[in-house]
Design a protein around this ligand. Structure first.
Ligand code: DX5
Ligand code: ZN
Length: 224
């Protein structure tokens, strides 16, 4: 089970301290949300910020590109220290070449899918990815409520992975807390991206430990 705090929910006035807090928390990945003000109606931060926090931790950097033109950003984020880059399946025609480019940069390949998009859209790419990021809110902002209608997508992704003998992570992102995290684990998720529910706690370390305990203890109920 992967626990990944999202830096979007950190105090932006203390990004270095917050990164060190994440580093000491026992979490597996640090999730970095990149918003371009076009693919989503918000702007977050760019490669310069990732490069600045990179020397502060050895954590696996999971970069989530909510961007209309990730093509021009892959190399800068690779250079800034990303380990994995997720692009969105909603980009349609661009997807195949983007996945290929991430791989050719020597990085782990992630594919994200928005709540309104049918899970069938990711099916052709499953053998090319290391991680599937199922959005459980409409991307753009932290702190939104979990959308329960996305749960069957997790089950379907799990089923396809088993049927085809693949090994991609099944990540969930948005509104993931101690309750919804357990429900995602129950449906078959194994990577839990969480901003507000983790960074909002006084002790990030205790929150990561609590979320890990909950998702690991959850009785997994694979679909038949
Ligand atoms: C949403 C981002 C998420 C966000 C999650 O647009 O992709 O990664 O940081 O934040 P919470 O956990 O607060 O919903
Ligand atoms: Zn994200």
């Amino acid at each position: 089970m992967i626990i990944a705090p999202s830096l979007l929910a950190a105090n932006f006035g203390k990004l270095a301290k917050e990164t060190q807090r994440a580093d000491a928390s026992g979490a597996d990945w640090l999730h970095l949300d990149i918003m371009d003000g076009h693919f989503v109606p918000n702007i977050s931060f760019g490669p310069a910020v990732v490069k600045t926090v990179r020397p502060l931790t050895k954590m696996f950097f999971d970069v989530h590109l909510m961007c209309s033109k990730p093509d021009i950003l892959l190399e800068p984020f690779a250079k800034a220290g990303a380990h994995q880059m997720n692009i969105h399946v909603e980009l349609g025609q661009q997807v195949t070449s983007l996945l290929w480019k991430i791989k050719s940069l020597g990085k782990k390949v992630g594919l994200a899918i928005n709540p309104p998009t049918s899970i069938s859209h990711v099916q052709p790419f499953l053998d090319q990815i290391d991680s599937l990021l199922i959005m459980t809110v409409n991307p753009g902002f932290g702190g939104q409520p979990f959308i329960y209608e996305t749960l069957p997508k997790i089950q379907q992704a799990y089923e396809w992975r088993r049927e085809r003998g693949l090994s991609y992570h099944i990540g969930v992102d948005g509104g993931v807390d101690f309750k919804t995290g357990a429900e995602c684990a129950h449906a078959g998720a194994d990577a839990f991206i969480s901003g507000t529910a983790l960074f909002g706690q006084r002790s990030l370390r205790a929150a990561v430990k609590k979320l890990r305990k909950i998702v690991e203890a959850t009785d997994f109920d694979p679909p038949v």
